[in-house]
Design a protein around this ligand. Structure first.
Ligand code: MSP
Length: 509
């Protein structure tokens, strides 16, 4: 089995500043990339910005600047946010990069030469917001069925990709690869979509209407439709790179997307790949939306839209944790400051912070600041070790299925077990004193050793989600932070490791 993992986020439109929805997708990709590394994979993580098309041209026009100025000013905002969120991407692509544009033109020419692209006059309802045509029966109350915005009747010559040819191939692929689209209910949506005849895809826009795009190599009067240009980023960005073992990066193991862009990824993209005789991505994972009340959070939503406010008030790791913990992958979730505070206080400050601080302070005060030598384990200690081993097994089953919320639940449940273990075994009743017997001292050593080992495993498994705090927490219990499978076993601490002094990991809000 290949131990390489290529994960992508959608590339974001640079018509406005990033909001919590964008932050969620990117953090989830980062977390998955780090979990795959922890599970022994080489991971390649691609993100970037989608800089062509009508939305960007319009945003620039409204601000009275050129599209080039618009994209140059806005892509930086995404990069800045990703830095603040500690996103470790391997490559950030901008679709205005020369190499990407050349790549798009090369592919267009290849498809044109193979007669996969042809010209035709087209009439239909056009939505500026969605940048696509709709048929009469696709409209809802005469409006764009996706954005609900007005549509206009347009007649124009355009170039089309023979997508309909690939309907059967897609259906077969969905049938023989049940985990191609995840979660399963999204796969059913695509299967449903493919039950209606698949149309050919309009892949050009006349220059008279839209100038900001990649010119078609075979007809300079047209530019490329923004989605055709954008989807190709998943390949153009990595043509000159390989995994450490020399194998090529593409095709992706996971295209992480929001549910609103499922058709473009699950139908358009594989059809383009089929026409090029290239393999399909392994998985397309569609997550839900962050809602504010009943509405999708969007750029105009001031209440919950600016992740930077949350980072500066509560810290990066709390934001990462909340977003990963509160949205069951695939489902929608409502974003509120109250639920954010509740989650941070109960799981990060109480369950995790308290356990680490208690053990840390105790060892500093009574045990010379060193992890005690492991000694004879009693039944409670053994239970903690067995549960840790179970948890590690669960990690190995859950992360390849991208089930991060379930994994976090398992980790928290074990963490609570550590707290119960500490309560029950009450090391504070065995603090070294003259009246203490030798066996009390041994018992104390064993409890603290087991607590450090259990917490080491918890912090290691949490490190993809809360990298900074997990590293700090690990040093506070005498462990070395490292993302590697070798850290996922009981007994890495040998006793004698020195603790690095630290204060409370997650102060209560
Ligand atoms: N540029 C296209 C993607 C091209 S990929 C080849 C695009 N860009 S976008 O900026 O509009 O949206 C990017 C992603 O952000 C989408 O996956 C979308 O689902 C996600 N989100 C936007 N708002 C969201 C929420 N409120 N909640 C969660 N994610 C949402 O589409």
């Amino acid at each position: 089995m290949s131990k390489n993992f290529y994960i992508t986020t959608p590339i974001y439109y640079v018509n406005d500043r990033p909001h919590i929805g964008h932050a969620y997708t990117t953090i989830l990709a980062d977390v998955l990339s780090r979990y795959f590394q922890l599970g022994g994979y080489s991971s390649f993580f691609l993100t970037g910005t989608d800089e062509h098309g009508q939305k960007v041209q319009q945003a620039a026009k409204e601000r009275g600047i050129s599209p080039q100025e618009q994209v140059d000013q806005y892509y930086v905002r995404f990069q800045e946010l990703w830095n603040q969120l500690h996103i470790q991407y391997n490559r950030f692509i901008r679709t205005t990069e020369k190499n990407h544009c050349k790549y798009v033109q090369k592919i267009l020419q290849e498809l044109y030469d193979k007669d996969e692209i042809y010209q035709e006059t087209y009439t239909g309802w056009y939505s500026v917001g969605e940048e696509r045509f709709f048929t009469q029966d696709e409209l809802v109350d005469g409006k764009d069925p996706i954005s609900g915005r007005p549509v206009e009747w347009l007649e124009e010559k355009n170039y089309f990709f023979r997508m309909s040819k690939y309907q059967k191939r897609l259906q077969e692929h969905l049938h023989s690869h049940p985990d191609f689209i995840l979660p399963a209910f999204r796969r059913n949506e695509v299967i449903g979509f493919l039950q209606k005849p698949l149309k050919n895809l309009c892949i050009s826009r006349p220059r008279s209407r839209l100038n900001w795009g990649v010119p078609l190599p075979f007809d300079q009067n047209f530019v490329t439709y923004v989605w055709f240009d954008a989807l190709l980023n998943y390949e153009s960005a990595v043509t000159d790179q390989t995994f450490p073992d020399g194998s090529p990066i593409a095709p992706a193991d996971c295209h992480l997307i929001g549910k609103d862009i499922l058709t473009t990824h699950a139908v358009y993209w594989p059809s383009i790949l089929a026409a090029l005789d290239r393999p399909f991505p392994k998985h397309i994972f569609a997550h839900g939306w962050w809602l504010s009340g009943k509405k999708k959070v969007s750029k105009s939503d001031i209440n919950a839209s600016n992740p930077l406010d949350y980072i500066s008030s509560y810290g990066t790791d709390s934001v990462r944790y909340y977003l990963m913990r509160d949205m069951v992958q695939g489902q929608d979730s409502i974003f509120t400051e109250e639920s954010f505070i509740r989650r941070t206080n109960s799981e990060l400050a109480n369950d995790l912070g308290n356990a680490v601080n208690r053990v840390h302070k105790f060892i500093l005060r009574y045990l010379n600041g060193e992890v005690p030598q492991p000694s004879l384990m009693n039944q409670d200690d053994e239970e903690m070790r067995n549960l840790a081993q179970d948890l590690i097994q669960k990690f190995y089953t859950l992360f390849p299925k991208f089930l991060i919320t379930s994994l976090l639940e398992e980790i928290i449940s074990y963490l609570r077990q550590i707290n119960r273990y500490l309560e029950k075994n009450a090391p504070w009743k065995l603090v070294p004193s003259q009246s203490n017997s030798k066996s009390d001292q041994k018992r104390l050593a064993s409890i603290l050793y087991c607590s450090c080992e259990s917490l080491r495993i918890v912090l290691t498994l949490l490190s993809p989600v809360i990298p900074e705090k997990a590293s700090k927490g690990l040093t506070m219990i005498g462990a070395v932070p490292q993302i590697s499978t070798s850290s996922l076993e009981w007994g890495i601490l040998k006793g004698g490791e020195e603790l690095i002094k630290g204060d409370s990991l997650f102060p209560r809000i």
